[in-house]
Design a protein. Structure first.
Length: 150
């Protein structure tokens, strides 16, 4: 199985999946599949030659895959998925920037905008509104994990 990001539960990772996890983090003796690491941009084009692949929304859409092609997906409400959330971000000086806050409000509340995002993703995007404090905590955990990796 080409490896792009953690989704398949047929293999067991050593600890928590991180953005820099690799097949070396898989406990091979406990796994039910063989995992081969590929550049994420190549996974979709390799699907005819493999049993399955883990593909990010951006690459799936570019390859013409849609929500109908999904075999399994992450639970977007799972805290482990927070490292993969797309966020609106600003520098500290612009946290209260009215224009940015209006854009966030439109993105999160306008049905046409949300429908466009889902359509643009081939039907694979899941729209969530995650409280800022949860995102800040997730970022702090990710930074701590990164620091621990050296």
């Amino acid at each position: 199985m080409p490896f792009g990001a953690p989704v398949c539960r047929a293999y067991r990772p050593r600890g928590r999946w991180l953005s820099y996890s690799t097949p070396a983090d898989i406990i091979a003796d406990d796994s039910k599949v063989e995992v081969t690491e590929l550049d994420p941009a190549l996974v979709a084009t390799s699907l005819p030659d493999v049993a399955g692949g883990v593909i990010n929304n951006d690459f799936a859409d570019k390859a013409g895959l849609t929500g109908d092609d999904i075999l399994a997906s992450d639970d977007p409400t799972d805290p482990a998925a927070q490292g993969y959330i797309n966020v609106w971000a600003s520098n500290a000086d612009d946290v209260d920037n009215e224009t940015y806050l209006k854009l966030v409000e439109l993105y999160q509340s306008n049905d046409e905008v949300q429908a466009g995002v889902v359509e643009n993703s081939g039907g694979t995007a899941v729209m969530l509104t995650t409280p800022v404090d949860e995102l800040v905590d997730s970022l702090a955990q990710t930074e701590a994990d990164n620091a621990a990796q050296g």
